[in-house]
Design a protein around this ligand. Sequence first.
Ligand code: SF4
Ligand code: SF4
Length: 228
Amino acid sequence: MSDVDFSALDAAGLNLQAVFDLAALPAAMREVLDPGGRYRQLILFGHGGRTLWQRVQAAGLQSEHPIDDFCIATVEAWFAAELPGCAHSLVYPGDAPVGLQALGRLAGWHHESPFRVGINAEWGSWFAYRVLLLADSALAPTPPLRGESPCVACTDQPCVAACPAGALAEREFSLAKCIAYRRQPDSRCRVTCVARTRCPVRPEHRYDDDQIAHSYSRSLAMIERWGG
Ligand code: SF4
Ligand code: SF4
């Protein structure tokens, strides 16, 4: 099977792709992803920067989860064009049995940031995981994205001081402080993360305010549903 053209995905804003050979993944991860040994590869699709949101807006989807729906349709169309007849199975969106950040670490996309969202030198914190597929493909595995965490050289850590809840003040991120603050009616973090927006890395990729609000209003809705 020859290599494929990822440019249609790039144009749609799904501009991060990582192909893994299942055989090269940690055994525990492989077992939960593909217990029957049915597939050869795992393909992770993500977006970096603003393009995906623009494409989703242009598509005008009237659904509950327009980003997910757009991404699944885009990946399925790409797969059908580039790998016709190749068996595959959608793992995410859905109840992915593995942590996406763990895969992001293997792909070189994810380094820890004080505010819990992953960060890398190419995109700052302005990237996300979108689709994960098992596939019976034989593509060239993707070398990990290179570069160390931008946080290593960030001595001032403006994100830490910016968090109005003090959730980053200790060595470990305090999810409890973050959630308690976000739920307050006058919170500055109901539809954003003030700390994240203060990070100076790759500001050219920062999401538009309406994309940030879309993403954080969804996480707040989940917090409020769980919190009663
Ligand atoms: S402000 Fe500095 S420490 Fe905080 S996420 Fe950005 S690079 Fe890392
Ligand atoms: S969402 Fe707000 S409270 Fe939570 S870590 Fe970000 S800045 Fe702090």
